[in-house]
Design a protein around this ligand. Sequence first.
Ligand code: BT5
Length: 268
Amino acid sequence: RALVVPGGVWQRLDVVGETGSTNADAARAALDGVAEGLVVVAEQQVSGRGRRDRQWVSPARAGLTLSVVFRPGVAVAERDWPAAPQRTWGWLPLLAGVALREAVQRVAEVDAGLKWPNDLLTRSDTAWGKAAGILAEVSGDAVVVGIGLNVSTRSEELPETNGMPATSLLLSGAKSTDRDPLLRALLRSFGQWYTGWREAGGDAEMCGLLAAYREGCATIGREVRVLLPDGGELVGTAADVDSDGQLIVRTVTGSERRVSAGDVLHVR
Ligand code: BT5
């Protein structure tokens, strides 16, 4: 399909009919040496994954499911891109979120916020719900960033969740639920932010990404409960995101903790 003309960062766009997981497909391609800038889009994804063995459910044709391959640690002489140090790679899922939010707001005209680190929230009726999830995985020297967005998903097709309820652009009053313009807007924005971030050597402040993330972030300023990957738990106020994309939590005891991964519940 002549969906997107690859250009800039994007080298190749593969549209597959049905697949298990576009992240798995992209990771395999990355290990096989595919160039940075591969995009894999699936019409239907049957065993989508979330973080830590969780599932991503995507009813057929109701959403966008895609993954991209980046090689942030490899300098690109012809573009004047230095290597981005590994500690900055945590920005990639956040960068994807900023791009996704822009695309959703522009094309669907739906108000959207980012829940640190990897969810896009939209509002249906009065409650905010999770309309998209982002999964970044390292594969050799590549980082695969996957995005699953509920576009025209009806409420009976959405999965049961134990945290935030799931929602879709349709349920949030989207002006349009055409997937192609959403994908095009997403790739345009994603490519622009990635280019700026690479030019800045992974410095999110220098390229304006930190400011854009702060502006779109629904977590900063909230009281949160953070479930840490080691099983620990933090309760406090999400104060900010630091220059490496970590969440700064001011705990009830007044100490400041920086979190690089975890599940955040917005308490108030
Ligand atoms: C995520 O994980 O939210 C990352 C999801 C990434 C999916 C994309 S689709 C393209 C690419 N290929 C893949 O195989 N994956 C990526 P996490 O934060 O761990 O959240 C997972 C949880 O979200 C699940 O346990 C459910 O509670 C909930 N969930 C599952 N499907 C959902 C949906 N369609 N909408 C909203 N919430 C959902």
